[in-house]
Design a protein around this ligand. Structure first.
Ligand code: PMP
Length: 356
């Protein structure tokens, strides 16, 4: 830290992304990426002629991409916002709808970035404990005096709220924005997009990073009523109007056009997830029922950190959170069938060696 850093950021505890080591080839099950490549159409779309246009700025209105998303989700173009990953959009939402001196409410165990955005923007973070079984109690989010943020499915648990529960949260916070972070919704959750029509306080945030195999392109979108979207545009145009580069814009449009390819991959991932869940349970693991592209699991007799380390030693990366209530768990991203078979084999070896 330099002596020039503004006082406001001296104690800021930045987000720690999952590790991306380059020392050897790992089976990489730690950052919830898709194990499948983008569609052939997407690969073709980002062609060399597009690269040749990189001397020109991209379209700041992102019109074509917004239109494609609006058609896909049965909304108007002015109900769609796009930016550089959903992290970018969540950042804007914390700034626009909570801001300095404002408040935000989210589960104590959820996506770690929410807390970071609070610190960054001077928002008071109110963390509401999950129930004993790690589920969210919808009633705990009623009548709040600040923005409500819920990941559905939640991360890292993979558990879902029903649409009725989400609607009850919306109905009981008519004067607050409720952000539903649907990063993982395509893997078995039900989207709240259908509730936008009757709830002007709902902002649904999604990403191309998981179900659409484009984590490296950095593309996220938000859906909501046109005033909320205009607010986000105002923030974007006050920071970086060109937050999506030309290649990502094109990749995004083609991804929506080849949606069935991506949705079929989701079906494959769900099948693999259910197989791995069953296998781990028969190995004596406690596995939360996941609606995401990852599972959250633990086994009596072996600490989460040790399990993480033992897997890494054997070439498998998973994520461990050194946090109260969840330090015994590891989060395992669902890879291809072949990757997950190797993972299960290695887990069996570790259990034989460690759990005596
Ligand atoms: N929300 C949740 C719940 C996530 O787990 C992630 C991925 N780390 C994000 C949002 C951000 O995803 P991205 O910025 O890649 O769109």
């Amino acid at each position: 830290m330099s002596r020039f850093l503004n006082n406001a950021f001296i104690s800021l505890d930045a987000y720690t992304p999952g590790e991306q080591p380059r020392d050897k080839a790992y089976i990489k099950l730690n950052t919830n990426e898709s194990p499948y490549p983008p569609s052939p159409e997407t690969v073709k779309a980002v062609s060399s002629s597009e690269v040749c246009d990189l001397n020109l700025y991209p379209d700041p209105t992102c019109k074509e991409l917004k239109q494609a998303l609006a058609d896909r989700y049965n909304l108007n173009e002015n109900q769609v916002f796009v930016s550089n990953g959903s992290d970018d959009i969540l950042n804007f939402a914390f700034l626009a709808f909570a801001g300095k001196g404002g408040k935000a409410y989210f589960p104590d165990i959820s996506y770690g970035f929410y807390e970071v955005f609070c610190e960054l923007h001077g928002v008071t973070a109110n963390k509401i404990p999950l129930k004993q079984d790690f589920s969210i109690c919808a009633d705990d989010y009623f009548n709040k005096d600040g923005m409500v943020v819920i990941a559905n499915p939640n991360a890292p648990t993979g558990l879902c709220l029903s649409l009725e529960e989400i609607e009850s949260i919306l109905d009981n916070n008519p004067d607050q924005v409720v952000v539903i972070d649907e990063a993982y919704v395509d893997f078995g959750g039900l989207s709240a997009v259908a509730l936008i029509e009757n709830h002007e306080n709902l902002l649904v945030v999604q990403t191309f990073s998981k179900s659409r195999s484009m984590a490296g392109a950095r593309l996220g979108f938000a859906l909501g009523n046109k005033e909320l979207i205009a607010d986000l545009e105002k923030i974007k145009y006050s920071t970086n109007p060109y937050s999506i580069n030309r290649l990502t814009l094109i990749a995004g449009v083609s991804a929506i056009k080849s949606d069935s390819y991506y949705m079929e991959n989701c079906t494959k991932i769900i099948k693999t997830r259910d197989f791995v869940t069953k296998e781990l349970r028969s190995e004596g693991f406690y596995v939360l029922p996941s609606s995401a592209n990852f599972i959250f699991a633990k086994k009596d007799g072996i600490e989460g950190k040790r399990l993480y380390e033992a897997l890494k030693e054997k070439g498998v990366l998973v994520r461990h959170f050194n946090k109260e209530r969840i330090s015994d768990f590891i989060r395992i991203t669902i890879g291809t069938d072949a990757e997950m078979k190797s993972f299960l084999q290695i887990i069996k070896e570790i259990c034989e060696e460690e759990v005596k």
